[in-house]
Design a binder for this molecule. Structure first.
Ligand code: ZN
Length: 267
């Protein structure tokens, strides 16, 4: 399976796109979050992904840097359904409150020509904690992340052979969820900034982590490989080296800090 990072930045970055990514297994795709705007379309193009191939989308929470790209995809899907370029259904997975928000947005932005295609061709599927989905040929278990801000869901996706990927969306791993991610092969954890720059960026006030925090959480759930994302952008191309250098002090396993459009092979 491939993990294609479309964006790796936090909400107000300019040097990266907002955090969102595609998981790809042969001809099956799962988009997780959508970033904040129509740069989603550019990032998919640059990644060599035809948006018509994306038929499953998981949105973690309602913040605009995760939800905003969907606003641009919805009318495109409706038009493609109308022209017969796409077979229904498109499936959007979201927790109940978020599904309601998405439905309201859809009704606000879609035109008369489009709304019927939305209602008949796009399935808004409400997920609950522990809900098991079958996506990418694997089992995906939805996890309520007990976020301190808005309600937020992540997931644990099987990669086969006892291996798995844990996605923690946009907040740290909290105590209530440690068991749910125990022993994951890959843990995707947000890391707003270096611990060394905690005073400068104040991540904890926004329910975000430093690299050190993310490393300690990865140790608590015995993750093998830690993938850091959703970061500030002041270091641009040096981010990976700086974050990995700090991470080495706190986490014994592999730490990856992908750039936008980087492709990771989940072997
Ligand atoms: Zn965010």
């Amino acid at each position: 399976m491939q993990l294609i990072m479309l964006g790796t930045g936090a909400s107000q970055v300019t040097e990266y796109y907002n955090t969102c990514f595609v998981l790809k297994e042969q001809d099956q795709y799962l988009l997780t979050d959508s970033g904040g705007g129509n740069t989603l379309l550019a990032q998919m193009k640059h990644a060599g992904i035809n948006w018509l191939d994306i038929k499953d989308i998981f949105i973690t929470h309602q913040h605009l840097d995760h939800l905003g790209g969907l606003i641009w995809l919805l009318p495109l899907y409706c038009t493609a359904l109308r022209k017969g370029l796409l077979q229904a259904p498109i499936r959007i997975f979201a927790h109940a409150e978020l599904a309601h928000t998405i439905d309201m947005i859809a009704h606000a932005i879609l035109g008369e020509m489009q709304i019927g295609y939305y209602e008949n061709g796009i399935d808004l599927i409400t997920v609950e904690d522990g809900h098991k989905l079958y996506l990418l040929g694997q089992e995906l278990v939805c996890v309520d992340l007990h976020a301190k801000g808005v309600p937020m869901f992540g997931y644990r996706l099987s990669l086969g052979g006892g291996r798995s990927l844990g996605c923690l969306a946009d907040e740290p791993l909290y105590e209530e969820c440690v068991e749910r991610f125990k022993g994951v092969t890959y843990l995707m954890h947000e890391a707003f900034c270096l611990q060394a720059e905690e005073q400068r960026f104040n991540p904890h006030h926004r329910h975000h982590s430093t690299v050190k925090d993310a490393c300690e959480n990865a140790r608590r759930c015995q993750a093998q490989t830690l993938i850091l994302y959703h970061t500030e952008d002041s270091h641009e191309k040096e981010r990976s080296a700086l974050f990995q250098n700090e991470a080495r002090q706190y986490f014994p396993g592999q730490v990856l800090v992908p750039d936008d459009l980087e492709v990771l092979e989940l072997t």
